[in-house]
Design a binder for this molecule. Structure first.
Ligand code: SF4
Length: 427
């Protein structure tokens, strides 16, 4: 997917940079994954002009006569070599531009990755992409250590822009203030981090809270009353979570088919410069949706384990695994990049449903990886691989933005279906 500049940056003055807690860590390990075939390196005209002025020659970049840039809308994509690597990636895994000109010479999108900057009223919040192995593995310094570099990038990205973005809807055409959305987010964070409950119960409680917030009367509440109101709803869903036993029920046929279709969308890999055979793709989609026999090879190297084993695999996400998923969800919820400009323009509650849907998706992928590794229980490494798969397309692929995919996501994130999937794969 794209390693790109944020497209939602129009019209905002950054006043405060808000980062998820130091629960999440990151430092570049130089693995080079983000400089290889799965990422289209999309840059601005200013970045392209700076690189042209650096006077790179065709021989240095081994382009074999191919153009260095391809125009895509208002942006440009850097050429990839036959081996799938960015034209500037050296054999030692380092960036040629960085080596010669330092970090300031690199494209802004490369400096920003794996971070995303999300305008939220008079704040800019920081999200982190988990398709980066260092983010998924929680390697490096706490993310707050990157504040200085992020502030520099923020200035570059917003230098000539002014104004505050309008709030996306809460749901449908119901709108509340940025303050109200921030208050709700803090309450979802509180619920997610309530370690007195197992993770699956907490996520099921978040699903219930989404349902309770779909009430048009909420738009009439003053900002000052919002915290008390949402806090009382959180207490209600926490009480239900404590009292109610978790009852597993298998997803029905329709839910299963749509869920497996989503597995295909989230795991799709488009290697830059390669056109996968349409026939091969159709065949994999058909076998995935049919759900019998072995899982097709969703991307090169994906384990073709039996569907029945993935469904029968039962292991509660606990310990390190539970913490890793909690970290994933907490980072994305705190960033508020799960709706509006950060996620296909979706409403706040639809976006929250979509981020909670990643819980059963992550667990399904993690089960497949664990089975292929001969494990009887969910291992941290399997969950980290699953996070890298799910976050590569989430919020990035235009596929998830078509009206048919939106309708399918809505069916899966409707309260009952989402609860069933969360509990089925999470307990
Ligand atoms: S320009 Fe440098 S940092 Fe960006 S993708 Fe290419 S090699 Fe990697």
């Amino acid at each position: 997917m794209r390693k790109t500049l944020p497209s939602n940056h129009q019209g905002t003055i950054p006043i405060k940079l808000v980062m998820a807690s130091d629960f999440q860590r990151y430092d570049c390990t130089g693995c080079g994954v983000c400089c290889k075939g799965r990422f289209a390196i999309t840059i601005s005209k200013a970045d392209r002009d700076r690189i042209i002025a650096q006077n790179w020659t065709g021989e240095e970049l081994a382009l074999g006569g191919a153009p260095l840039f391809t125009k895509r809308g208002d942006e440009f994509v850097i050429a990839h070599l036959e081996n799938g690597a960015c034209a500037f990636l050296q054999d030692d895994g380092l960036c040629r531009i960085h080596a010669r000109y330092g970090i300031g010479g690199k494209p802004t999108s490369c400096r920003l990755y794996p971070f995303r900057l999300i305008p939220v009223g008079k704040q800019v919040r920081v999200d982190v992409r988990f398709d980066c192995p260092a983010t998924a593995g929680n390697e490096g310094r706490p993310i707050s250590a990157h504040r200085g570099e992020l502030l520099t990038l923020l200035k570059l990205l917003t230098a000539d822009r002014a104004g505050e973005l309008p709030t996306p809807p809460l749901f449908g055409n119901v709108k509340v203030s940025w303050h109200a959305l921030v208050t709700m987010t803090e309450n979802f964070e509180r619920l997610l981090l309530d370690i007195s409950l197992p993770l699956t119960k907490r996520i099921a409680a978040c699903v219930n809270l989404i349902s309770l917030l779909r009430d048009k009367r909420i738009a009439t509440l003053a900002d000052g009353d919002m915290d008390e109101f949402v806090s009382s709803l959180v207490s209600t869903v926490q009480g239900v979570a404590v009292e109610d036993p978790i009852v597993r029920r298998a997803p029905d046929m329709m839910e299963s088919v749509i869920f497996r279709h989503m597995l295909g969308v989230y795991s799709r890999v488009d290697r830059v410069g390669e056109k996968a055979s349409l026939l091969a793709r159709l065949d994999a989609s058909w076998r995935l949706v049919a759900g019998s026999g072995n899982v097709p090879e969703l991307f090169p190297g994906f384990p073709t384990v039996p569907f029945s084993q993935v469904e029968a695999f039962q292991d509660l996400p606990a310990g390190d695994v539970s913490l890793a998923i909690e970290r994933y969800l907490h980072t994305h919820i705190t960033s508020m990049g799960f709706f509006g400009g950060g996620f296909y323009g979706r409403s706040y509650l639809d976006g929250l449903g979509a981020i909670l849907l990643t819980y059963p998706l992550l667990l399904w992928f993690a089960r497949a990886f664990a089975i292929a590794d001969g494990q009887q229980c969910l291992a941290l490494a399997a969950v980290e691989r699953a996070m890298m798969v799910v976050d590569h397309q989430r919020g990035m692929t235009p596929l998830l933005n078509t009206s048919s995919e939106q309708a399918l996501t809505r069916m899966l994130t409707e309260r009952n279906a989402l609860r069933i999937l969360v509990i089925w794969y999470g307990s």
